[in-house]
Design a protein around this ligand. Structure first.
Ligand code: NAP
Length: 460
């Protein structure tokens, strides 16, 4: 039997472990979800929405435990209070649009004909979630999928082993009927076999590009719909007329919050030559204010990365860039808690270019590269010189110029004068290797349902 473990980044101990389900046991769980789906979908939409919101409220009541568990599982400092703000905002927003988003599209209603397109739940939706924002990434699909009448099976990341279990407990205690929302502990092999057997009607995978490829391969030939929300290397572009302080504040926060482990974290910044020196100087000062340490200490503002292997990737990228001529500007002596393992000091590199993996591969850590640019054309070319495309953050006082530039950037979201925020009214989506599909917004509901056409002749 495979035992799945969560190794805590706090001290390297085994924080939690659970036995992985065998294929047959996992298939039995999916069968329960399938059996429960029809009666769940028959409940009035208002009732489903209300039960999901009760589940969200019940999780909020568990905040004290949730915040501590998050610190132990993936290192988020307790001072940030978990991820309830975004979790609640997204849930409430999708609840507020569910009625309209799922309403039939009426084409004709006359004495002779009724023609309309209904949105019908897919059936059983499988959610495979990552550890970096374990509640927020999961709720993006769990809430609208359940509201739309699907049942949901969730498999959470090993690093955040307890999150799926806790979410399901909260929703069940709040009155979501048995078997409508189920948690499974699975290894990769069983996950792939279940998918390959066509067990699910829709899969949402949020995680790495490699993970996404495996899921797509496993689903090949089953015609299962898949939403893939994968890695990124999101750029910022600061123009000569930008508000410097706001740009530094937002982009440095975007680069380093959650120890840089954000899918839409800022990983590379291009700054107009006229603002470059000031931007770099203020950014180094901004980042140097962090207190790196144990995430359970309320004074800590920067926790460890979720695992020492993730920090090792960041260190290797920095080392490679420095060997190729980059300069590291943040003084490591300011961060005595850096232990060469999961606890890693934030870093800013200059004299970087796109020959360095630090500027092209996902870093997913509290480190960012800053490059000087002379023109919009140069910045656009650099922003597009990436295999990823999740968000891009441009900084100027001229919204029209930003829109023109935004039209040229190969990305899922364009931000003007903000970054690293997921607006639940907009579609969360990526281009290139960042994946395909889209969650939240009306489009998220459409992706979690299928169209069914009714063509009714009422008289001859
Ligand atoms: P990951 O290693 O790909 O894992 C994501 C989830 O998929 C986990 O539950 C993992 O389970 C599972 N998984 C991975 N490979 C699998 C396979 N071959 N078969 C079955 N299941 C598999 O990603 P992560 O390290 O958790 O998350 C970080 C990545 O997610 C980053 O690249 C980040 O950019 C991306 N991300 C993207 C978005 C977005 O919206 N685009 C949002 C958040 C994160 P185990 O943990 O058990 O391996």
């Amino acid at each position: 039997m495979t035992i799945i473990q969560c190794i805590s980044p706090v001290d390297g101990s085994v924080y939690a472990e659970r036995p992985a389900l065998s294929y047959d046991d996992a298939a039995a769980v999916v069968a329960r979800a399938r059996k429960a789906q029809k009666s769940w979908a028959k409940r009035p939409l208002e009732e489903r929405v209300s039960l999901v919101l009760k589940g969200v409220a019940r999780l909020n009541e568990m905040a004290e435990d949730v915040v501590k568990e998050l610190a132990w599982q993936m290192g988020r400092p307790v001072r940030y209070g978990g991820e309830f703000k975004g979790f609640n905002e997204r849930s409430n927003y999708v609840a507020s649009i569910a009625h309209d988003a799922l309403a039939p599209l009426l084409i004709e209603k006359s004495d002779k004909f009724e023609r309309y397109i209904k949105r019908e739940a897919h059936g059983v939706v499988f959610v495979i979630a990552p550890w970096n924002y374990p509640y927020m990434t999961a709720i993006n699909t769990v809430a609208p999928a359940l509201m739309a009448g699907n049942t949901v099976v969730i498999k959470h990341a090993s690093q955040t082993l307890l999150v799926g279990e806790r979410l399901v407990r909260a929703f069940t205690e709040a009155g979501v009927p048995e078997d409508v929302f189920l948690n499974v502990f699975l290894d990769h092999d069983t996950t792939s076999k279940l998918i390959a057997a066509g067990s699910f009607n829709f899969i949402n995978f949020t995680g790495s590009v490699e993970g996404g490829r495996s899921i797509e391969r496993a689903a090949a030939g089953t015609f299962t719909g898949i939403g893939l929300e994968l890695g990124g290397k999101d750029p910022g572009y600061v123009m000569e007329d930008a508000d410097l302080d706001a740009a530094v504040d937002t982009l440095m926060d975007g680069a380093t919050y959650n120890s840089g482990q954000c899918c839409c974290g800022i990983e590379r910044i291009y700054v107009n030559e006229n603002l470059y020196d000031a931007f770099v100087e203020k950014s180094v000062a901004w980042v140097s204010n962090y207190k790196l340490g144990n995430p359970l200490d309320p004074e800590t503002s920067l926790g460890p990365m979720a695992h020492k292997r993730f920090a090792a990737t960041v260190r290797a990228q920095i080392e490679d860039a420095v060997a190729k001529g980059a300069k590291a500007l943040v003084d490591p002596k300011l961060f005595p808690a850096d232990d060469g393992g999961a606890y890693i000091a934030p870093q800013i590199l200059v004299d970087v270019d796109h020959s360095m993996s630090f500027m092209t591969e996902e870093t997913f850590g509290p480190a960012v590269g800053i490059m000087k640019v002379k023109s919009d054309e140069e910045a656009i070319a650099l922003m597009n010189d990436s295999k990823y495309g999740l968000t891009a953050s441009v900084w100027t006082k001229d919204a029209e110029r930003a829109t023109r530039i935004g039209d040229e950037i190969e990305t899922g979201t364009v931000f003007l004068n903000r970054a690293d925020y997921l607006d639940p009214a907009l579609c969360w989506t990526g281009v290139k290797e960042t994946g395909r599909g889209g969650s939240l917004s009306v489009i998220g509901f459409q992706n979690l349902t299928r169209p069914k056409s009714y063509h009714l002749r009422k008289s001859f």
